[in-house]
Design a protein around this ligand. Structure first.
Ligand code: ADP
Ligand code: MG
Length: 575
């Protein structure tokens, strides 16, 4: 899946893709810093000129004039700083927002197979925290590097102009320190990649453990989990320590090199000032340029090493953004107005090399009530996921109204189906909001759906009725209550096909019977496909499809299948 590792320049290209509508701000941000760079260069030159005016020409007036010019330049610099921070704020906020939304939309459009591989903790971490490293790279690692390179070129140019030998000695220092930071950077990158890998794994692990603290406690696994946590943290710490060592070593090498070069430069400068009669002003300019140059070089080195750590993270984000998505760019595709028939033709599907659905052929007509039955693990849920387009068959095809599912705008398909799974997902908010999910439905429809799904009795017992607030995941109500909200929500949707996967498994017989009794009214001639383990539910249907090891072994009415199929009788304990 992964092709080439990101390098420094490919990272810039990758990040600039998400810079929409911020380019002007980024340009101004750069210009602001460029001005500061120019001030850094001209400051020593102006000071040199000023010193020469008083020392050699006794011209205090000129000294003050140049001083005044310098004052105005720095004043302008202060105003520009304001611009820089203004732009910084805009880029920081906009980029973070764009980038996070981009990642979240990607997540929403992942194929179901990709979604299965997503680790929640790691994904939250990536969207919320690692995105910051992308912005950091944009505002810290690009602008300053360009300006530092400019600084070095100009400083070298000026030194070379004043004296070639001095310039050449200084020039030698550049490739050596670039090389040192490049070598150090490589090791840092390698360790950063490893670190991010371990860290991702740790966050995903942590998320899973936090989610299952009851199970850990009940299985007496708290102590061993803490040991595991300590190991993981230890591994991450060790890698961080290695990165810190590399950082320090490179910085030390560069600092020592800097000192050696400085001594040589000072020596040469002292010699030159005697030999060539350099003015005090020129000597001051040279001394300042030595300092500016050596600072620029160590900044580039540090910047490069910091960038390596950021690139590790950005590389992971890039890999995430390259995951497979469902076809979302489908404005030109046909919109599905109504689902009449659903047909599976020679469908095969497996999560790995083992097939879970084998050569399934079936056609479901509008208005049919179909039960899908079979022992657990035989592929019922997988089959429903194929019908729902969440999984794509590896062979064969799913046809809607006789046409391949892919030929329709997938969003229009999801407008026409409703599905209720065993584990209902509810959101923080009122029950009403959980039923409507942002749609507009008449009050009469809400009342009827609540009645047909046996939810009305639940609501009647609550002080605030439909306005009762649910906590995150609907954890403040029971599994059976959650299932009833899920069913009512599906009934409310103006779908043509309703799919239930063991949707009443947590309900008592009384409430399940209420739902069964009202099923026809609720469906109102819509198609219904249900996976169920209860014979009463099966008997409500027009047709039963029996699966075994991913194959359809019987497809008939409840009465017929009971006659024909041994496996069916065994499954429901019928004689
Ligand atoms: P059923 O709903 O009939 O109980 P499923 O369709 O859920 O069965 O699962 C069928 C088979 O596919 C099982 O052997 C199960 O282990 C496997 N399976 C289900 N979901 C996944 C998944 N996300 N990744 C890998 N294997 C899976
Ligand atoms: Mg299942």
């Amino acid at each position: 899946m992964k092709n080439k590792k990101l390098g420094y320049f490919s990272t810039i290209i990758f990040l600039f893709k998400y810079m929409d509508k911020m380019r002007i701000q980024y340009f101004l941000f750069y210009i602001g810093w460029l001005f500061q760079t120019i001030v850094t260069i001209i400051t020593p030159i102006i000071f040199g000129l000023m010193i020469n005016q008083v020392v050699y020409y006794n011209d205090l007036n000129m000294f003050l004039k140049i001083g005044a010019v310098f004052f105005y330049i720095t004043l302008f610099g202060v105003v520009l700083y304001y611009l820089i921070y203004e732009m910084y704020g805009i880029i920081w906020n906009k980029y973070n927002r764009n980038f996070r939304i981009e990642m979240f939309s990607k997540l929403q459009n992942l194929t179901a197979i990709e979604m299965d591989q997503i680790e929640y903790g790691d994904t939250i971490n990536m969207i919320q925290f690692w995105s910051i490293e992308a912005v950091n790279f944009i505002v810290r690692n690009i602008v300053h590097n360009i300006n530092n390179i400019l600084l070095i070129i100009v400083c070298l140019g000026i030194i070379l102009r004043i004296d070639v030998v001095l310039g050449l000695v200084t020039l030698v220092f550049v490739p050596i320190s670039v090389y040192a930071s490049f070598i150090g950077g490589k090791d840092i990158r390698k360790n950063s990649d490893l670190n991010k890998e371990k860290f991702s794994n740790y966050v995903a692990w942590l998320f899973e453990r936090i989610n299952s603290f009851v199970d850990l406690r009940l299985n007496s696994a708290v102590k061993s989990t803490i040991v595991e946590m300590d190991d993981k943290l230890g591994e991450i710490y060790d890698i961080n320590a290695k990165i810190a060592v590399h950082n320090t070593v490179v910085n030390e090498i560069i600092a020592n090199l800097k000192n050696i070069i400085l001594v040589i430069q000072y020596f040469l400068l002292a010699y030159l000032s005697l030999e060539k009669n350099l003015t005090i002003g020129t000597i001051t300019v040279m001394l300042s340029f030595f300092a500016i140059l050596s600072k620029a070089l160590s900044d580039i080195a540090q910047n490069y090493m910091d960038a390596q750590q950021r690139i590790s993270v950005i590389d992971r984000i890039k890999t995430f953004l390259e995951r497979d998505t469902i076809n979302t760019n489908n404005d030109n595709l046909e919109k599905l107005e109504k689902i009449d028939t659903i047909e599976l033709k020679n469908c095969k599907f497996g999560y790995d090399e083992n097939l879970v659905v084998c050569d399934v052929n079936l056609k479901i007509e509008r208005g049919e009530k179909v039960a899908i039955v079979g022992p657990s693990g035989c592929g019922k849920s997988t089959l429903l996921n194929l019908i729902l387009g969440l999984y794509k068959p590896s062979k064969g095809s799913v046809l809607i109204n006789g046409q391949k599912m892919d030929s329709y705008d997938i969003k229009s398909f999801y407008n026409r189906v409703g599905a209720v799974f065993q584990n209902i997902v509810l959101f923080e908010g009122t029950i009403m909001n959980n039923l409507l999910m942002g749609s507009n439905v008449s009050e009469k429809k809400v009342v009827n759906s609540c009645k047909y799904s046996a939810l009305d009795s639940v609501i009647a017992e609550m002080d605030k009725g439909l306005k009762t607030e649910l906590t995150i995941g609907g954890q403040n109500i029971s599994g059976g209550q959650r299932q009833r909200i899920g069913i009512a929500r599906a009934y409310l949707k103006s779908a043509d096909v309703l799919i239930f996967d063991e949707a009443t498994s947590a309900l008592d017989k009384v409430n399940e019977n209420v739902i069964l009794d009202n099923l026809d009214k609720a469906l109102n001639n819509r198609t219904c496909i249900m996976v169920t383990h209860r014979i009463e539910n099966v008997n409500m249907c027009d047709r039963v499809i029996m699966l075994k090891d991913g194959k359809v072994i019987a497809d008939a009415s409840p009465d017929e299948i009971r006659e024909q199929c041994d496996d069916y009788r065994k499954l429901f304990n019928l004689v």
